[in-house]
Design a protein around this ligand. Structure first.
Ligand code: AMP
Ligand code: MG
Length: 317
């Protein structure tokens, strides 16, 4: 998945810690072998190779992720869409070459995008990709899912006090001993930058000093999507690795979206969706999602404006 997974856990003894974490990392490896769009032999790549053909039987793991992806696509009106694969591929090339994708190729790639072109049959556990050339990209959802799955493996060893982090996608179980939660820090957009306004749930707008936010969390997922680490500047414009599926264009401008949700797969996919939707539509979506909350930071120059809703959401102690 192109990132480093980190596990922090509390166990009764070192042997249990070693055994449990080994099994959790093995599970992550297994999921990577399924979901990767880089590995030619991955189940995902094999499925895409059969695009345009009849329905294909897939593993429970792949089906689980595709089913959540479809739901998030529907709920976000297509802002989140794993069929962006062909467009993502063009933008990856653009990043390497520092030149914008060719408009004709971009238009052709866009024709292959659309979550309604993915047919899921839960009974038969099959997937049908309706157009040849379609490519699925699970980069916006698979890390959160893998973090959830790793936590579940740890639980099987009796290890419930654990945190699994894949860069900006984190899932946490029970809190550390004698603590109310894991303390997750959210970095500001620009270290040392100015934070100008903060708009909270009720639309209240206040001047805001720059400060890092700390979120105490247990049994939840938290994900940050943004262009801090992955972006390219072409002709003075900063392009993100997140694509607006409606236009095929990479998002521009600096933003960071953090979503808290009951699990990692939800937090991961909604953070990507809200990045595309922007503050107004994004927070509406979050407000209609049970037990979810979001913090959106938008940068302009060396200043930042933030928007939030239920951030962090209330959690039972
Ligand atoms: P994240 O870092 O979780 O926001 O995911 C970003 C990654 O998801 C990108 O690197 C792409 O692989 C993929 N992606 C880009 N745009 C979208 C989108 N609109 N919907 C779903 N996945 C996307
Ligand atoms: Mg994501």
């Amino acid at each position: 998945m192109g990132t480093i997974f980190r596990i922090v856990l509390y166990a009764p003894d070192p042997a249990t810690a070693a055994k449990a974490s080994r099994a959790a990392f093995d599970r992550i490896q297994e999921l990577d072998n399924i979901m990767s769009d880089y590995k030619p032999g991955s189940e995902l790549r094999q499925l895409c190779g059969k695009a345009g053909g009849p329905p294909v039987k897939v593993s429970e793991d792949l089906f689980r992720v595709l089913a959540v992806a479809k739901e998030v696509s529907t709920r976000s009106d297509g802002a989140f869409d794993i069929t962006v694969g062909p467009v993502v591929r063009l933008w990856r090339r653009a990043r390497r070459r520092h030149e914008l994708p060719d408009p004709e190729r971009l238009a052709a790639a866009r024709d292959l995008v659309g979550y309604e072109k993915v047919r899921l049959d839960p009974q038969a556990r099959t997937v049908q990709l309706l157009k040849p050339g379609m490519m699925l990209d699970l980069g916006g959802i698979a890390k959160g899912d893998a973090a959830d799955q790793a936590l579940m493996v740890l639980k099987g060893f009796g290890v419930t006090r654990a945190l699994v982090a894949a860069a900006g996608d984190i899932a946490v179980g029970d809190p550390p001993p004698h603590r109310a939660g894991w303390r997750i820090e959210i970095a500001p957009l620009e270290p040392g930058g100015r934070h100008l306004t903060r708009t909270t749930d009720n639309g209240e707008r206040t001047a805001s000093p720059t400060q890092n936010r700390f979120v105490p969390l247990h049994n939840a997922g938290i994900s940050t999507s943004g262009d801090a680490e992955q972006h390219v500047e072409i002709e003075g414009v900063r392009y993100s690795h997140i694509i607006d599926p409606k236009t095929g264009m990479a998002l521009t401008g600096r933003s960071s979206v953090t979503v808290v949700a009951p699990n990692g797969i939800t937090a991961d996919s909604y953070a990507t969706a809200v990045s595309v939707l922007g503050p107004e539509r994004g927070l509406k979506l979050i407000d209609s999602t049970p037990d979810a909350g979001a913090l959106i930071m938008i940068g302009s120059g060396d200043t930042m404006h933030s928007f939030e809703s239920r951030f962090p959401p209330m959690q039972p102690q």
